[in-house]
Design a protein around this ligand. Structure first.
Ligand code: NAP
Length: 251
């Protein structure tokens, strides 16, 4: 028996990193998972991998960009047509780029806010009719929302916005028993993080120096917290910001 047997989840940005590890972990706990991302080829491979890992057809991939409202409509229509409501929504898709103050362009600002904030706002809003009473919504924040991260000011501001959205939506949705929590990962070994700087070894060393546990997180460790928040074990948690950062923001 899995912790999430019979549940249905939607994970945005599930073709890589934290979203991919979370989709795998949710399926391993018995959930049926709808996965999105912009890369259709990766989605198809992952659906096959999850089927092989869990011994059953446990996933559907839907190519979709979270900044495109028509794409989001297609995602929700596919979930609805499956006859399943949503028990779990992990609004994870996000982008980051190193841009110091002085070099911020309108394009960088707009792309980062449109994906990390707009994508979360409209994913959750469009999923709302499908979310069952008692369901769990998990937003992907970041520990940089509460800690300075040079060259990541716009990105950090998007994650502060996500954290704020999580608080207000938690308050708005208590009447339906829908829990809304935000995870705040610290540096996590994903293609998204390691692609920030062409000198990967230098980036790794600089990031590890900020973490009391003296290493980067593995995406599976973050996925474990997502799975917990998705489950009934977290039934008295809402409005929380859960740091998965090796102590980086706390110690
Ligand atoms: N890694 C870290 O250290 C860290 C720390 C704190 C927070 N986070 C947050 O964790 C989340 C996942 O990051 P990650 O590190 O796992 O990055 P990643 O490896 O780059 O994965 C990002 C995922 O988001 C998807 N995505 C990006 N833009 C999208 C769009 N417009 N529409 C749909 N999907 C989109 C990508 O899929 P496609 O390319 O297929 O579209 C990919 O699946 C992000 O919200 C990030 O800000 C990461």
């Amino acid at each position: 028996m899995g912790q999430l047997d019979g549940k249905t989840a939607l994970v945005t940005g599930a073709t890589s990193g934290i979203g991919l590890a979370s989709a795998r972990a949710l399926a391993a706990e018995g959930a049926y998972v709808f996965l999105t991302g912009r890369r259709a080829d990766r989605l198809a491979e992952i659906v096959t991998e999850i089927a092989a890992e869990s011994g059953a057809q446990r996933a559907t991939g839907i190519q979709a960009d979270v900044t495109d409202l028509a794409d989001l409509d297609r995602v929700m229509a596919a979930v609805e047509q499956s006859g399943r409501g949503l028990d779990i929504l992990f609004a994870n898709a996000g982008i980051a780029e190193l841009v110091p103050l002085g070099e911020i362009t309108w394009e960088h600002y707009a792309d980062t806010f449109n994906t990390n904030v707009g994508g979360v706002v409209f994913t959750v809003q469009k999923a709302l009719p499908l979310l069952k009473d008692g369901s769990s919504v998990i937003l992907c924040g970041s520990n940089v929302a509460v800690k300075a991260a040079p060259a990541l000011s716009v990105y950090a501001a998007t994650k502060a916005a996500v954290r704020s959205l999580g608080r207000t939506w938690a308050a708005e949705l208590t009447g339906r028993g829908i829990r809304v929590n935000t995870i705040a990962p610290g540096p996590t070994e994903t293609p998204g993080l390691l692609g920030l700087n062409p000198d990967e070894e230098q980036l790794r060393a600089a990031l590890i120096a900020t973490v009391p546990m003296n290493r980067l997180a593995k995406p599976e460790e973050t996925a474990g917290v997502v799975t917990f928040l998705a489950s009934d074990r977290a039934s008295f948690m809402t409005g929380a910001e859960v740091f998965v950062d090796g102590g980086a923001s706390q110690i």
